[in-house]
Design a protein around this ligand. Structure first.
Ligand code: FMN
Length: 187
């Protein structure tokens, strides 16, 4: 088993993947790792939507439609829609991470935190399996067409959009401010 620190330092947001799609077994291992995240009240707030090529293209079209609002003419708008949709269809795998929305806002906030911790578990497990991930977010996550593309249930909120695959290129590590500069030791 790979040492944790090696996994932590090897995780980078992967933007270029090979054509090989992760297998269902690999994805199930990622989701199994995700649900081990800490979870106050054991609400199991996380949901995972695995999009096939049609779902990815529909999600990409939803994103393309938003980008196309900045186009100067209809031909450019259509090009933006097509390019974004095709780009998404071509990803080896896309997963929408969603969470249930508890009526109690305190629980809802805890559930958001837990779901993001689950997302990190998933990304780290991917490294162990030789896979790479990239988390994306943004207003698109609340777009009805994007939600419909993933079949996301009504009372759920998409909190992360993941692309997953075998890295074709691993970027340089992005520098972080050393923790010691951000740590307060209170006597
Ligand atoms: C909650 C969250 C949302 C993110 N959203 C985006 C995004 O919309 N687009 C993007 O290119 N990267 C997104 N990222 C990836 C970050 O840009 C990336 O983690 C950061 O540049 C550090 O690089 P690294 O992951 O390779 O260490 C997101 C990361 C997190 C944690």
């Amino acid at each position: 088993m790979t040492a944790l620190n090696e996994i932590l330092t090897s995780r980078h947001s992967i933007r270029r993947f090979t054509d090989r799609a992760p297998t269902r077994e690999e994805l199930e291992q990622l989701f199994d790792a995700a649900v081990l995240a800490p979870n106050h009240r054991l609400t199991n707030p996380w949901r995972f939507y695995v999009l096939g090529p049609e779902g990815r293209a529909a999600y990409g079209l939803a994103l393309g439609n938003r980008k196309a609002k900045k186009a100067t003419d209809e031909a450019q708008a259509e090009e933006m829609r097509k390019t974004t949709s095709d780009q998404h269809r071509a990803w080896p795998c896309m997963v929408l991470v969603a969470m249930t929305q508890n009526e109690n806002l305190e629980i809802r906030e805890e559930d958001y935190a837990a779901t993001m911790m689950a997302t990190q578990n998933l990304c780290l497990k991917a490294v162990e399996l030789g896979l790479g991930t990239h988390i994306r977010s943004g207003a698109i996550m609340g777009d009805p067409a994007a939600r419909a593309a993933g079949g996301v249930a009504e009372n759920e909120r998409i909190v992360a959009v993941l692309t997953i695959g075998t890295p074709a290129e691993v970027p340089e590590a992005k520098p972080r401010t050393p923790a010691r500069e951000l740590t307060h030791w209170i006597p």
